[in-house]
Write a protein that binds this ligand. Structure first.
Ligand SMILES: [Zn+2]
Ligand SMILES: [Zn+2]
Length: 335
């Protein structure tokens, strides 16, 4: 089979031939139909996650079909349409696992970090990392929902916001263009925050009731004029812009952080205390959360905007993504 691997930190994408992997105990082999290219693939490409063993195949937005079942797997059937996302398995024994909070597993496996991901024709995954995929969702549309989609869907549905509440989505990119759609479908008064007047049309098309041009003035002030946001979903990894949003949060509201930046947020305690405001981070979710994401998307028509590349052109697709040129998610498709 064809695989695209990185053989050292900072190395290039190499298109190689490999034997089709065999599923071990508790694992399934998946015939990959499509794999999304996520910004977090940079962790594998550049070796930014400690302890990665190379060569490693990137890709944690995998849509495909169960191809072979390893010993002791009872949940999955051959030929079943499935997906795998960022959360690649858990130990069932640590403290969070014993409480059923698998995504916080202290020995969490991450797809494409701890085992090879989806930039290849076949991959092997732990059975507990597999999500079933509805038939009416094409693989290339489903793939980005398994990291970008689940992250915004799962954070919003657990945010405490209720129908009619004002929810703002900062950033109209890979995460944000999905966040706006989900917020609208969940019944929130949806406000998109972008940069530039030219983004307004797209924001409205995605379902935003209101658009705030962050380049034209203070988004926090604009939000306060609308009554303040119960939740601001911060998707653009710009810590300065994110920090400035806290003053747009309504009393008892929260800044919900999913855009993974490296710079510190700068927010004073006095910006939080009087309004009893919170800042919360959110990781993606479990395989079962992925299933909910896929089903909800199939039901409501939430879809990613994608650019397709054949697997062999993974390097080109990655360049498009890392250069910020993709509108909005790059997806590798297998021939
Ligand atoms: Zn655990
Ligand atoms: Zn991702």
């Amino acid at each position: 089979m064809i695989a695209v691997q990185i053989s050292k930190a900072g190395g290039n994408f190499e298109v190689v031939e490999r034997p089709i992997p065999e599923p071990g105990r508790g694992q399934v082999r998946i015939k990959v139909d499509a794999c999304g290219v996520c910004h977090s693939d940079v962790l594998v490409k550049e070796g930014l996650w400690p302890g990665i063993q190379y060569p490693r195949v990137p890709g944690h937005e995998i849509a495909g079909r169960v191809d072979k079942i390893g010993p002791d797997v009872t949940l999955w059937k051959q030929g079943q349409r499935v997906g795998v996302g960022w959360h690649g398995g858990h130990c069932f024994e640590c403290e969070p696992c014993r409480r059923g909070d698998f995504v916080l597993c202290q020995r969490e496996k991450v797809t494409a970090i701890h085992f090879d991901g989806g930039y290849q024709e076949y991959m092997v995954a732990p059975a507990e990392a597999v999500a079933s995929m509805p038939d009416d969702l094409p693989a290339d549309q489903a793939a980005p929902l398994l990291c970008a989609g689940i992250t915004v869907y799962n954070s919003l549905r657990n945010s405490g916001a209720r129908g009619g509440d004002l929810v703002a989505v900062q950033g109209i990119g890979g995460l944000g263009h999905l966040g706006i759609q989900y917020a609208r479908q969940m019944g929130f008064r949806t406000v998109a925050i972008g940069r530039g007047a030219d983004k307004q049309g797209l924001a409205k098309k995605l379902g935003a009731h209101e658009y705030i041009d962050g380049a034209a003035g203070s988004p926090a002030e604009a939000l306060q004029k609308l009554g303040g946001a119960k939740v601001i979903l911060a998707t653009a990894p710009d810590s300065k812009a994110m920090s400035a949003l806290i003053d747009g949060v309504a009393p008892n509201g929260k800044l919900l952080v999913v855009g993974a930046g490296f710079e510190p947020l700068s927010i004073t305690p006095l910006q939080l205390i009087p309004g009893r405001k919170a800042i919360q981070g959110w990781p993606s979710g479990t395989a079962r959360d992925s299933e909910d994401t896929l089903l909800y998307s199939a039901l409501t028509g939430v879809r990613p905007m994608i650019e397709r590349y054949p697997l062999e052109k993974a390097a080109e697709g990655y360049q498009q993504m890392i250069g910020g040129k993709a509108r909005f998610r790059v997806v590798l498709t297998m021939s």
